[in-house]
Write a protein that binds this ligand. Structure first.
Ligand code: SF4
Ligand code: SF4
Length: 215
């Protein structure tokens, strides 16, 4: 999406919402994750098992993951990340940031008796299909791990665009559009306005090139 297209979209959304002008609509470009799926190979599962196994013998990870404050509530963060489809999850590869510290926490919280049972529990949650080029747990509906079994890195990370969106989340008379551009004909959009998020489903596949009003 180029600058002219962004301005077109901001102008039309401002008009649609009855806001004073394009300057009242901020547009933040999110990263984008492709949606192609591929089978998780036995080799990938073996790498995950080896990574977890190695962590059982590693020294506890004492580094702290910074807690980034955001005015966005959990549901809104999920909506934004759903629009992007989890681009940052690429970094999870076949380890999913499951350090010894994370594993010890999960083992204690879930009262799992042995390391072998914990490993089995993680292996059982690997989806059959995962997003191409992303974390082994990155399934069709997002992360296949329950939140309590994810690393602190996964649960706390906020990318730069997400932080920008939080800034003016509750401001009145103002709106933000989060746009994740996957390909020329596939923009995903989310409207953030006065503390609420609403998905945009434009009739046309390219909102910047159409007269159709956002739904
Ligand atoms: S934190 Fe950013 S990159 Fe990661 S899923 Fe959310 S919007 Fe996408
Ligand atoms: S474990 Fe889940 S949240 Fe973490 S990187 Fe993998 S898919 Fe993303």
């Amino acid at each position: 999406m180029n600058d002219r297209e962004k301005l077109q979209v901001r102008t039309r959304v401002a008009k649609h919402l009855g806001l004073a002008g394009a300057e009242k609509v901020d547009l933040v470009v999110l990263p984008a994750m492709e949606v192609r799926m591929e089978a998780v190979t036995p080799g990938r599962r073996d790498e995950l098992a080896a990574s977890i196994d190695a962590e059982f013998y590693a020294r506890p990870d004492k580094s702290k993951v910074p807690q980034t404050p955001t005015p966005l509530d959990d549901a809104s963060v999920l909506a934004v990340c759903g629009t992007c489809r989890g681009a940052c999850c690429k970094a999870g590869e076949n380890h999913a940031f499951l350090t010894r510290t994370v594993l010890s926490r999960v083992k204690a919280e879930q009262r799992i008796a042995t390391d072998a049972s914990l490993l089995e529990s993680y292996l059982n949650r690997v989806p059959e299909l995962a997003r191409e080029g992303s974390c082994i747990y990155h399934g069709a509906q997002g992360c296949a791990l329950p939140r309590a079994m994810r690393s602190e890195t996964c649960n706390r990370f906020l990318c730069y665009p997400l932080k920008q969106l939080g800034r003016d989340f509750s401001r009145t008379g103002y709106a933000q559009l989060a746009v994740s551009t996957v390909a020329q004909d596939e923009d995903r959009m989310l409207l953030l306005r006065e503390g609420e998020t609403t998905p945009f489903r434009p009739e046309s596949r390219r909102l910047g090139h159409t007269d159709a009003e956002p739904a």
